[in-house]
Design a protein around this ligand. Structure first.
Ligand SMILES: NC(=O)c1ccc[n+]([C@@H]2O[C@H](COP(=O)([O-])OP(=O)(O)OC[C@H]3O[C@@H](n4cnc5c(N)ncnc54)[C@H](O)[C@@H]3O)[C@@H](O)[C@H]2O)c1
Length: 450
């Protein structure tokens, strides 16, 4: 019987900080087709481990170094990789190495910008997880530094590499559902009543460098809900489910509608039912208006169950001829019968006749289905190919920035409780100076993003 090692079970003292993988090679120029891309992973928790699996599926990917601020994860990961990778708790030591071509950043969101910028300046190509940044100004800086340094970049929105989503974009561009007038996406999960609970502050678990976990975020006593994985419910480290799932969804929506920035944003909701120490609403609705349409919405229902609208759709596009649903592994198009309005001047009996007529209107398009799995490995492949050939990836940092910004605007609209108008070129709100103050934040010393 094979025994799968869990992180918890693996406690042997494998961690040998400073252990050097015996790989030496100059990193100049384009890599040959058969050459391996040497990778360092920064953040080997939940997502870092998933990405390790994804990259390991490619023979030309070699993980030579890992970094995390939690020893048990480092030990687990080092053992899984085998062959004595370089192991460190300080990502700057990993970036110093010249036996690494590219890094994968899978740390909490508040670390992405600093680690990304430092990696670019250290000459590494970067695969960075979504959401790109915690605030808009960080993302702008990341785009600028990637351009200045000529690095190949990819944001971890794996749906970009999915044939299913590509098919959706092609179909909509071909006019398969007519003009898209509305799009919506939803995250629904019933966490009532206790959610993530309300644990007291306390000592960090052994092996966790809490100060380095916090990094540029404000100094805080350790709380288990602010730490590993749970950070996503706290504003110092994350934008909540709106940026966590929303970046995936809004990235697909902006790709499919061919527009990368809204004109305005509104948000409403609250922490209505879940009794835990999260800082985000358990129920919210965010609405973006794009130039000439569509109207796009994100729904979070974290305190009510079931699928919305009777369909397990995560993303849907509603057009003048039909609707397109992107389920996890399935794309579906349904037809919308067109209803012509009865003429106002006509009598009630005529209108009733018209209504009967409308209901029998023929479909204008045929229903359609397409199945495929969304695979992390495909997104990893695209990055490896980008690194080797120096061609841009499918979701480079500038595209990832635009998708992330849209979600970040939603949180600002929620904080300001008003409809905000957005100038995407200047990356400023035009009708609320207070909202503009939320586009950046001051890092805790000594951390600086410059
Ligand atoms: N693309 C996806 O489908 C997907 C899925 C899950 C998570 N994510 C993203 O991945 C990121 C990480 O989320 P997670 O669920 O893996 O959380 P996690 O807490 O499980 O993992 C984050 C890891 O980063 C480590 N870390 C914190 N500060 C660090 C530092 N300064 N240097 C090195 N390591 C540090 C933590 O110790 C932890 O092990 C988030 O940005 C999240 O949005 C993406």
């Amino acid at each position: 019987m094979s025994h799968k090692l869990t992180r918890r079970e693996f406690s042997a003292g494998l961690l040998a900080a400073g252990t050097v993988a015996a790989v030496q090679r100059s990193t100049s120029g384009v890599l040959g087709a058969n050459e391996r891309v040497r990778l360092g992973i920064i953040g080997v928790g939940n997502r870092g481990d998933q990405l390790l699996n994804a990259f390991k599926m490619h023979d030309d990917a070699q993980i030579t170094a890992i970094c995390d601020v939690y020893d048990p994860y480092l030990e687990f990961c080092a053992h899984k990789i085998g062959g004595q990778p370089f192991v460190t708790k300080d990502y700057r030591r990993l970036l110093d190495r010249n036996d690494i071509d590219a890094v994968i950043i899978a740390t909490p969101d508040h670390w992405h910008a600093l680690q990304f910028v430092d990696a670019c300046r250290a000459g590494k190509d970067v695969f960075v997880e979504k959401p790109l940044s915690l605030v808009v100004a960080e993302g702008r800086k990341m785009v600028e530094v990637a351009q200045e340094t000529g690095r190949i970049t990819q944001m971890g929105v794996q749906r970009r590499s999915s044939a299913l989503c590509r098919k959706a974009a092609e179909l909509v561009a071909e006019g398969a559902i007519g003009q898209v007038t509305a799009a919506r996406c939803s995250f629904v999960r019933n966490e009532w009543p206790m959610g993530i609970g309300n644990p007291p502050d306390g000592d960090p678990p052994p092996g966790l460098d809490w100060d380095m976990f916090l990094g540029p975020a404000p100094e805080r006593p350790y709380n288990p809900n602010r730490g590993l994985y749970m950070f996503r419910w706290f504003r110092d480290y994350s934008g909540g489910q709106l940026t966590n799932f929303g970046t995936h969804f809004l990235d697909v929506i902006q790709w499919v509608i061919g527009k990368d920035a809204p004109l305005s944003v509104m948000a409403a909701g609250g922490k209505y039912a879940v009794q835990d120490n999260r800082e985000f609403p358990d129920t919210q609705e965010v609405l973006w208006e794009y130039p000439g349409g569509p109207l796009v919405s994100f729904t979070e229902h974290s305190a009510s169950g079931g699928d919305l609208y009777g369909k397990p759709a995560h993303i849907e596009f509603r057009g003048t001829k039909g609707n397109l649903y992107i389920h996890f592994h399935r794309l579906e198009i349904t037809s919308t019968p067109v209803r012509t309005m009865p003429l106002a001047a006509r009598g009630v009996a005529d209108r009733a006749a018209d209504n009967r007529q409308d209901r029998s209107t023929e479909r204008v398009i045929e229903p359609f289905e397409f199945q495929e799995r969304v695979l992390d490995a495909d997104h990893a492949r695209d990055f490896l190919d980008g690194v080797k050939t120096r061609r841009p990836c499918i979701c480079p940092v500038d595209v990832g920035h635009r998708s992330t910004v849209t979600t970040l605007l939603g949180n600002i609209a929620f904080a300001r409780q008003k409809r905000l108008e957005w100038d995407a070129d200047r990356e400023r709100f035009t009708n609320d100076p207070e909202a503009n103050k939320l586009l950046s934040y001051e890092y805790r010393a000594p951390w600086k993003l410059d």
